[in-house]
Design a protein around this ligand. Structure first.
Ligand SMILES: Cc1cc2nc3c(=O)[nH]c(=O)nc-3n(C[C@H](O)[C@H](O)[C@H](O)COP(=O)(O)OP(=O)(O)OC[C@H]3O[C@@H](n4cnc5c(N)ncnc54)[C@H](O)[C@@H]3O)c2cc1C
Length: 244
């Protein structure tokens, strides 16, 4: 029977219902490719394991813990329970890490555009934190869309990276910003539609992660412009990871 096999090391609360957890499995963390995901779970009072998929936000270079960025879904089976966890609490981490939402097969020198809503930023954080990702002459643009400005997790880390590297550019946008917010407003798609970020199927690989409505809308926009969805057996330049 599957048992809780990992310990929560620490958590950071980003805003109401959005939190980052760092987890140490009892087993050595297997090698993985940045962008992949794993199942996390908790046992119910009836000893039933509830499991869901979560993208890993930490780099495979970090061997002693796994980081996850999680949204509590009110009424959901697992996330309200995950949101109650504190340091030292036990949870289940599947020993199998899997997924094809990675940079594998993206040609050297490509201009890579990462688009995310909410916690969909997690796989990109793993990629950008990984040393060998910077050895392929790739250029990266990351676009993050959230509802409220306080939901902009990883903003400081990404702004610092953008300052330090000519190979990385960061945009964020807020759909329900307060009056005080001085940055971009609206949805992530506007950067493509307004031509602020210009993409062509010849030179770009596009990654879309998070809210399925955003992914459906931008997939139509991009396939109409010649992008092809990436599949394991039929490689393309449009990489999709729907969270629900
Ligand atoms: C490959 C993959 C990677 C994922 N990585 C992450 C991650 O890094 N971080 C993360 O927070 N989630 C991630 N998810 C979503 C996660 O697996 C769960 O679906 C989510 O946490 C809800 O679980 P739950 O048991 O609380 O809700 P459930 O009881 O499973 O679902 C309740 C309802 O909420 C909907 N729902 C699920 N997620 C959301 C959401 N975020 N917002 C609004 N409605 C939602 C479902 O469609 C369902 O109808 C990922 C999903 C996949 C497939």
């Amino acid at each position: 029977m599957k048992k809780e096999n990992a310990t929560l090391l620490s958590r950071s609360d980003i805003s109401e219902g959005l939190f980052i957890i760092r987890v140490k499995p009892d087993f050595p963390i297997p090698d993985f490719i940045p962008g992949q995901y794993v199942a996390l779970g908790l046992l119910t009072e009836e000893n039933k394991l509830i499991k869901r998929a979560y993208s890993i936000a930490s780099s495979p270079d970090q061997k002693d813990r796994l980081e996850f960025y999680i949204a509590r879904v009110d009424g959901g089976a697992l996330t309200p329970r995950l949101d109650k966890l504190q340091s030292g609490d036990r949870l289940y981490v599947s020993p199998k890490i899997t997924g094809t939402f990675t940079l594998q097969g993206v040609p050297a020198g490509s201009h890579v555009v990462f688009i995310s809503t909410g916690t969909g930023i997690a796989p990109y954080i793993s990629m950008l934190r990984t040393a060998n990702v910077w050895q392929h002459n790739w250029k990266f643009i990351l676009i993050h869309g959230v509802r409220y400005e306080q939901d902009l997790a990883y903003k400081d880390e990404l702004e610092k990276l953008a300052k330090e590297s000519d190979l990385f550019h960061y945009y964020c946008t807020v759909s329900r910003a307060s009056e005080a917010w001085q940055g971009e407003r609206g949805y992530v798609g506007k950067f493509l539609k307004d031509g602020v970020v210009q993409v062509t199927p010849e030179s770009n690989h596009l990654f879309l992660c998070g809210n399925p409505a955003m992914i459906d809308e931008l997939s139509v926009f991009l396939t109409q412009r010649g992008f092809k969805e990436h599949k394991k057996r039929s490689p393309g330049n449009l990489h999709l990871e729907k969270y629900w």
